[in-house]
Each structure stands twice: as C-alpha cells, then as structure tokens.
Design a protein. Structure first.
Ligand code: 3PG
Length: 305
C-alpha cells in the first residue's frame, strides 16, 4: 500500500529516512510531497491508504480525493488542521502522536523568553526569570515540560487545567490553580498550552490580560487563534508594561511590530516542533501508527469517532 507524507514544513532529513524505513519494513511504499500545494496533496493522496501530515490541512476536498485512505496521522499534538467530522464520514481514522514533540516546544518557550527579556541581545540591561511567577495555562505534555524547565530557571510555577488532578501537578512541584482568572492574576508570566477548539478560540482576551500583574509577559506557543487579536492590540496599547511572545505570529503582526516593536516577539513560521529530535520522534511515531493501523486497525491515539 502507499503511504503519503505531505508536509508544507518538511521534516528533518533524518526523520524522513526513519519514516521511509518503517514504511518499507512493513512492505509499503512511501510517497513524499514536501512544500507542495494543496493540489499536489490532492493528486498524491488519490491512491494512498495512509497519510502523514504536520499542520497541513486535511479537509473535505482532500478526503473526497482520497478514495483508498484508511488512516491519517498528524505527526504532532494539535489536530485542528484536520476536519474530524469529515474524516469520520469518510470512514478514516485520525490519530495524533501525543508527547513526541513537546520538549521541543517547551524549550522554544524559554528561548523566546530569554531573547525578549535580554532586549534581543542589543547590549542593554535586561531582566531574569529566576524567582518570577509562571502560570501554565493547560498542563498537558507541553505544559509539563515547560514546568520542568521553568523550575531549572528557579521560577515559581503554578498551573490551571480543569482536566488534570491537583496531585498530578503537586507531584511535579507545580501549584494547582483552580480558576483561570486566578492564574492570570497571580502570575507575571503566563504560558499558553491550550488546543484551538471552538471553546478556546479567542478565549484569551483583554479581561484576562488586564488581570495580570505589573510587567506581565504572555507567551503563546500554542495556536495563534486562541488569542483575541483585538484584545491583544488594546492590551499593548493601554498597558505599556505588557509584552507578548508568540510562536507563530498573529494576523496583525506587522502592525504590532511597528507600534510596539520591543514588547512583542514573533516567529515567522511555527518553529516549536522544528527540531531534528522532535521531527524524528513524531515522524517515526506517525509512521509506526499508520503501519499498525493498516495492519490490524490499531487506533490507540484516535481523535475522531
Ligand atoms: C503541534 O501541534 O504538534 C505543534 O504545533 C507542531 O506543529 P508543526 O508540526 O506544524 O510544527
């Protein structure tokens, strides 16, 4: 059977080699479409039984064209790029690869923070992370890695996640917080790790940002959609102490950079998971999951029903 890897943002070459090995060892054929258009994906997927993507859109058009398709694996965590209802309607199993790229995302959070707090290494005096308060908004795989690294910096770490028990946070030296308002109120730094869903899109708004203490820094290595950009503009305008750091840039990035240059920092492309290690882990896990699904319907990480 054919398995298509279609990625706008290509995997590291070592990850592609690893994926190819897994696919070949299972007796399948790898089709690779890197930096292609949607049309390229649509053409290539027509006779494929498996599909591996990253943030690449898998919508009705792609699924309609994929007559042989049985399984899509998103090599990564967030699957907001995949139309789950359409996949279900087409009888296609969708899985993600939880945890495989989370350390890479967490490390980038601190890379961006240090760069911002040291004034982009421009020679002027900056500030430190030690002893500062960090609130983690959603304590999933990335949130946990952020907590581990933050403790190394000597930060005071707390987290809000209604789906995680207090004991799980306490076991990792993280103070549980039970309301979203309290999370923003108590922490100078807040790091977002919520998925983009209909409930979370635009949910981080001015009301929350306004609760943050002096010299607040909001970090978004999750999805740009979870921030309400009008609120973000207003917060930057009205609070001259507020800073915003994001992987990846908001739609209004150019305007924000022009007006508040030194208080905002954005990656031009989503960079969180773009390391050789994360690519290899997520890519190979994706290949193994596709192969296992094609073999006997294995679906441990299925996200559609
Ligand atoms: C994820 O959801 O796993 C991350 O956002 C990484 O996305 P990417 O594979 O497009 O870099």
């Amino acid at each position: 059977m054919k398995i298509l890897v279609a990625t706008q943002k290509p995997f590291a070459p070592a990850a592609v080699d690893g994926i190819r090995e897994v696919v070949k060892a299972a007796g399948h054929e790898l089709v690779l479409v890197e930096k292609g258009t949607k049309d390229d994906m649509i053409k290539a997927v027509a006779d494929c039984a498996g599909l591996i993507v990253r943030s690449d859109k898998v919508d009705k058009e792609v699924l309609d064209a994929a007559k042989e398709l049985k399984v899509v694996v998103r090599a990564g965590a967030g699957y907001d790029n995949i139309d789950l209802a359409e996949a279900t309607a087409h009888g296609v199993c969708v899985m993600n690869t939880p945890g495989q790229n989370s350390n890479a995302v967490a490390e980038l959070v601190f890379g961006m923070l240090v760069y911002l707090l040291r004034n982009r290494f421009d020679g002027t005096s900056g500030s430190e992370l030690k002893d500062k308060t960090l609130g983690i908004h959603a304590f999933g795989q990335v949130g946990r890695n952020v907590a581990r690294i933050a403790k190394g910096f000597g930060m005071k770490v707390s987290a809000f996640d209604p789906f995680v028990k207090d004991e799980a946070m306490l076991a990792e030296g993280v103070t549980p917080i039970h309301s979203i308002e309290e999370l923003y109120k108590e922490n100078q730094f807040v790091s977002l790790h919520i998925p983009a869903t209909k409930d979370t899109i635009k949910s981080v708004n001015k009301a929350l940002i306004d609760l943050m203490p002096k010299n607040a820094v909001l970090v978004n290595a999750a999805r740009k959609e979870v921030i309400d950009e009008d609120s973000l503009r207003e917060a930057l305008e009205t609070r001259t102490d507020f800073k915003y750091v994001a992987d990846v840039k908001p739609d209004i990035a150019a305007e924000l950079q022009e007006k508040y240059g030194n208080r905002v920092l954005f990656t031009p492309k989503k960079m969180g998971a773009q390391t050789a290690e994360a690519n290899i882990k997520a890519g190979i896990a994706a290949a193994e999951q596709v192969v296992a699904n094609l073999k006997d319907g294995w679906n441990k990480f299925q996200v559609n029903k």
